[in-house]
Design a protein around this ligand. Structure first.
Ligand code: AHR
Length: 661
């Protein structure tokens, strides 16, 4: 054989190349037809929400802006987070004591005795790094009791590499416990600063509840929440907030369950509890993870009000986590758990003359919090759950028919536990059933029709926890990739098209601290100073900020089943106040797709529309602290008259907002 015959002539090669390119890219435009004059199901104004759980340092070390870890010396190792400071000449002693504490709920404190030759004391490392900013002020507070001599204190901030950031003096301490305050102004920004508390002079003092808060908290509330983290939530415009979990509601045993009544009132009265994520994963142990409850139920309600989210508290139903002990309270004792629910409704909504309404008013909120829903149990399953839920249902429906009850379908979206729950809960006429799913992106892409055939007369659905896993559930390799975000977006078009059945949805988990996480992926990553919004975050935002009021029928290439068409997923809604048709187009393919959008039954009002596009060429892209907006929505005005032509980029979600007459 002659060698040249092995090669295709150049012209032919070019033609083949162009044909191949066309096969890949020049696919004929799909036609998306919207029936703009046939509004269907009403969309729940609270449809797109958030789910907060204290996992991954979500509360202590996260949302709760306290910067001192183990401020009350109540961890089982009372010096965890603290270390002794004894410069060369300094001599003294430290002891953890509990005689005559300032507060019975926090009985331990530290006794520091100094010979006075040099400054002697302790330092705190914060929650794996204390983030301080130059130009900002930090409120220091501590309970202090003078024991002997007349020593003062030096309160200082040091950078991670030992530079002094600020120092202030405190003195003239009483012989009785008393709270002392001062303010620190660091002269530099540092992500891993340390707080030093040093005895200055000869003598002894007792110290407890040593605290440092940025003054720049959310709404500048003293002892409040991290402003940047709450802002990230507010920017989602969530319809509701589910809290405080998650498995944390259940506890690994019942004595470690979340009890809301123990989380309100003065923070020093809130007793520390180990966080179940401290020891849940052997591959991600977090020995310094505890719940101070500084972010307690009052603060949760307040935050919901601040960000316009309906509160959705989840209560323990008398069952510990079934992934752990599965401990059950005796069925006759369920009444006390039900009483907690009744009292919570009174705490949130009751008049100020009622016992629990008065407590709310005393905390500074005489107005009700307008609680409309409660979750009974988190992720519980099989007959023990149904037995307990039935009791809750009977009492609450009788006493508070205005409250919607959320019940659990268990941890999987389709297994026997799920089927069992649905059958029983349907028979009980449950209001809303909470479904959970953590699975590969493909699951989300192939389940966009999951709700098309759901019974329209049965309980409604709350997709209370879901997230696409780039590797597999509880794998440490999971990443918040664009591919996962786009798969979630595709799935959410299916929820939106079925808004008559699916009433609410929330991604999980919400927050993770890069230095102390147990679970990945998460919607928002934080370090001690910054917030990083993931591609998944932007998908949530695109849905919640473009919610609409009614679902509109839509076809793709005349097929009444958007999403069945390859990798394009579509849902359409109408925004009544704005007079806009909103079209959500998700292209989960690795190549761009041409698309013509046609409105039937309405004409385009202005000669332009808006297109908001989230996407990227590489489906494995992620956002990082350095490039936190690598994948972020971009908005443009586009021409719009009759047919709207759009090229949907590979791996993208596009929201079209079209003003109509
Ligand atoms: O979101 C993380 C955990 O996943 C939740 O605590 C639990 O409800 C589910 O198993």
């Amino acid at each position: 054989m002659k060698l040249k015959k092995l090669f295709t002539p150049l012209k032919l090669r070019s033609a083949l190349f162009v044909t191949a390119l066309c096969a890949a890219y020049c696919v004929q435009a799909v036609t998306v037809e919207v029936q703009a004059d046939k509004p269907g199901a009403k969309i729940n104004p609270a449809m797109w929400g958030i789910f907060f759980e204290d996992i991954n340092f979500g509360a202590d070390g996260g949302l709760y802006a306290e910067m001192v870890k183990n401020r009350g010396f109540e961890f089982p190792d009372p010096m965890m987070g603290w270390f002794k400071l004894s410069p060369s000449k300094a001599r003294g002693s430290l002891a953890i004591r509990d005689e005559n504490p300032f507060n019975a709920a926090n009985p331990h404190y530290i006794h520091i005795e100094s010979e006075g030759k040099d400054l002697f004391g302790i330092a705190n490392e914060g929650f794996r790094g204390m983030g301080v900013r130059k130009g900002e002020a930090y409120d220091f507070a501590a309970e202090i009791r003078n024991v002997s001599g007349t020593p003062g204190l030096r309160v200082e901030l040091y950078s991670h590499d030992g530079a002094l950031l600020d120092t202030v003096k405190l003195g003239n301490f009483s012989g009785e416990w008393k709270k002392y305050n001062t303010v620190l102004h660091p002269n530099d920004t540092d992500a891993a600063a340390k707080l030093y508390v040093l005895v200055d002079g000869k003598g002894a003092v007792d110290l407890d509840f040593i605290s440092l808060f940025p003054e720049n908290t959310w709404k500048h509330r003293p002892g409040g929440l991290r402003a940047d983290m709450v802002q990230a939530l507010a920017d989602l415009h969530p319809g509701f907030m589910r809290f405080p979990g998650g498995c944390i509601v259940e506890g690994s045993e019942l004595d470690k369950r979340y009890q809301w009544k123990k989380t309100i009132g003065p923070v020093e009265d809130r007793k520390l509890l180990i966080n179940r994520w401290n020891y849940e994963f052997l591959h991600r142990p977090t020995p310094d993870y505890f719940q101070s409850f500084g972010l307690g139920f009052y603060e949760f309600f307040q935050m919901c009000e601040d960000i316009g989210a309906q509160p959705l508290p989840i209560l323990n139903c008398g069952m510990a986590c079934q992934f752990n002990s599965g401990e059950l309270c005796p069925i006759d004792d369920v009444d006390q758990y039900i009483q907690d629910a009744l009292d919570l409704i009174e705490f949130a909504n009751g008049p100020t003359t009622s016992e629990w309404g008065a407590k709310r008013a005393a905390l500074g909120h005489p107005e009700p919090f307008h609680l409309k829903m409660i979750g009974i149990g988190n992720e519980n399953w099989l007959q023990p759950y149904i037995d307990r839920y039935t009791k809750f249902h009977k009492v609450l429906k009788e006493k508070h028919p205005e409250i919607q009850l959320i019940s659990s379908a268990g941890p999987s979206p389709a297994d026997d536990r799920f089927k069992f729950a649905w059958e029983k809960l349907r028979a009980l006429h449950a209001d809303i059933i909470d479904e959970h799913c953590y699975d590969k992106p493909d699951w989300f892409l192939s389940n966009t029709h999951r709700y098309d055939d759901y019974d329209r007369n049965g309980p409604k659905v709350f997709m209370g926890e879901y997230a696409a896993q780039s590797d597999k559930v509880v794998s440490v390799k999971n990443r918040n990739t664009l591919e996962c975000a786009i798969a979630e977006a595709a799935y959410l078009t299916g929820l939106e098209r079925n808004a008559d059945v699916v009433r609410m949805a929330s991604y999980a988990p919400l927050f993770a601290n890069t230095e102390a996480w147990q679970w990945t992926p998460n919607l928002i990553w934080v370090d001690s100073l910054n917030v990083c919004r993931t591609p998944n975050y932007y998908v949530q935002q695109l849905f919640s900020c473009n919610r609409g009021d009614e679902v509109l029928p839509v076809t793709v290439d005349a097929q009444p089943s958007p999403g069945a068409n390859g990798k394009l997923f579509v849902s359409t809604v109408r925004d009544d106040a704005a007079d806009e048709v909103i079209v959500k187009l998700v292209n989960a393919a690795g190549n761009p797709l041409d698309c013509d959008v046609k409105l039937n039954g309405a004409s385009v009002a202005a000669n332009s529309a808006r297109a908001i596009v989230l996407g990227g060429a590489d489906k494995n892209s992620v956002n990082s602290f350095l490039h936190s907006d690598a994948i972020a929505p971009v908005e443009n005005t586009i021409p719009a008259s009759g047919l709207i032509h759009q090229t949907l980029p590979a791996n993208s979600m596009t929201v079209l907002r079209i003003k109509v007459k």
